[in-house]
Design a protein around this ligand. Structure first.
Ligand code: CU
Length: 434
């Protein structure tokens, strides 16, 4: 039998084809998205990589960050401590740290922040006027709330700029969400077993009361002839039939009931809770840590980012103003760490609890490993190359309108004393042959 000649599809046929095509494409994309999600665990992280490099390398540089546990049970506490330097070369496009708030960053309410401190001062409120070029020490005490594997970061929220996060650690919370409790003893000695649901039932009851009154008032008018009959009556000059004396009585009674409930509720709440502390809105002040010893002056003379090689090359003139010879120990920026593996004590620089996905395996490359003698000035070139630049999406130096980088350069003397210097400057992307 000969094959039927292909006919032009009808309009209906075209629509059906179009729908089929769209469905197929949708299924394909959904499949790809699922595969990508399953294949890359970090795809479930929560947006910390989406921030621009100038924001992540030139604002808050976290260092010496530690997490005391990586697995906790529901209700079990864990702590993160560390320091951060507010970079002197703060970008113009970012608001200064005039008002900041210290917190923990988590993908949703998976943990509870129990306590927080900045330089030992309780960080319940925001702090005002932190100083650029200075260091601060934080402590966050958290506890497990929802079971799962969560990426947790220290976080400094800067008003006008947004959240600036520290290195994230995967914390495994085990157990059962139903067991979560947050007991609190109030100032007047009242013991609350779980503040998570304290007062919610009462709040819902009040919602019920107001919704019932509002619904009654709405229905009271809705059951009568509505817009058109009333408009016709109005046009005929019969305003007098629109509102009856019964309507007025009901309205007045409802008004009295609403005012009575409001005032009655207020008087009752005042009597039952005579001591009420309002939410604290003022800011707190804290002094920065004392300036750390920094004997080495570093001036960046050239910085390039090799795009295909995923490597940053920095040439800098370094002057040792201290009494001891020093070696370059580490370059750290945007929570990524490049350690000079040949420096004295390099094997102990990265603590076992530091997230390994933020440490360059090959470390840091140096043109010369000779220690910088007291009084000596030398130009040294170092290399920080790793796929992390790409993974952490820090390569958009290319597209930044403010193509500058920043970071912390650590030095160590032969007695193991560590020094830190802020470095930074314009950076040029280059495209060398692969
Ligand atoms: Cu994260």
């Amino acid at each position: 039998m000969p094959k039927p000649v292909l006919e032009h599809p009808t309009f209906k046929g075209k629509i059906v084809l179009l729908i089929q095509k769209t469905m197929k494409q949708f299924a394909l994309w959904l499949g790809l998205a699922l595969v990508a999600g399953v294949a890359t665990e970090s795809a479930w992280a929560h947006g910390e990589r989406s921030q621009e490099p100038y924001l992540r390398t030139r604002t808050v540089q976290y260092y010496d960050v530690h997490y005391d546990k990586q697995t906790v049970k529901v209700n079990e506490e864990f702590t993160s401590i560390g320091k951060f330097r507010l970079m002197e070369d703060w970008p113009d496009a970012v608001s200064l740290p005039e008002t900041v708030f210290l917190a923990a960053y988590a993908p949703g309410p998976m943990i509870t922040r129990v306590e927080s401190y900045l330089n030992g001062v309780p960080a319940r409120q925001s702090f005002s006027k932190l100083e650029l070029g200075r260091d601060y020490e934080f402590k966050l005490v958290m506890k497990g709330r929802v079971p799962g594997r969560h990426h947790i970061h220290p976080l400094l929220s800067v008003e006008g700029s947004g959240p600036l996060v520290g290195p994230g650690q995967w914390i495994e919370v085990t157990g059962n969400k139903a067991d979560y409790v947050m007991p609190v003893t109030t100032m007047n000695g009242l013991k609350i077993d779980n503040i998570e649901f304290y007062g919610t039932a009462r709040a819902l009851k009040w919602y019920g009361v107001w919704i019932a009154l509002a619904a009654f008032w709405l229905l009271f008018w809705l059951v009568r002839p509505l817009l058109l009959p009333r408009w016709i009556a109005l046009n005929k000059g019969r305003e007098d039939v629109l509102i009856t004396s019964r309507d007025i009585t009901v309205g007045v009674v409802l008004g009295v009931v609403v005012v009575a409930i409001s005032f009655g509720g207020y008087i009752y709440a005042n009597k039952e809770y005579p001591y009420v502390v309002p939410l604290q809105a003022g800011t707190n002040k804290v002094d920065p840590l004392p300036l750390p010893k920094s004997d080495v002056k570093v001036v960046v003379t050239k910085a390039t980012y090799d795009v295909p090689g995923r490597a940053m090359y920095v040439t800098a003139r370094m002057t040792n103003n201290g009494p001891e010879a020093v070696s370059i120990l580490e370059f750290a920026t945007a929570n990524l760490r490049f350690v000079n593996l040949q420096a004295p004590g390099a094997d102990k620089v990265i603590s076992p609890d530091y997230p390994r996905d933020l440490v360059a395996r090959a470390g840091m490359g140096l043109t010369d490993q000779k220690p910088l003698m007291p009084g000596e000035t030398r130009e040294i070139k170092f290399e920080a190359s790793d796929a992390m630049w790409e993974v952490e999406r820090l390569v958009s130096f290319l597209t930044d309108v403010d193509s500058k980088f920043g970071g912390l350069l650590f030095f160590v003397d032969k007695s193991g004393n560590r020094m830190m210097t802020e470095i930074g400057g314009p950076i040029l992307p280059t495209f060398t042959a692969l």
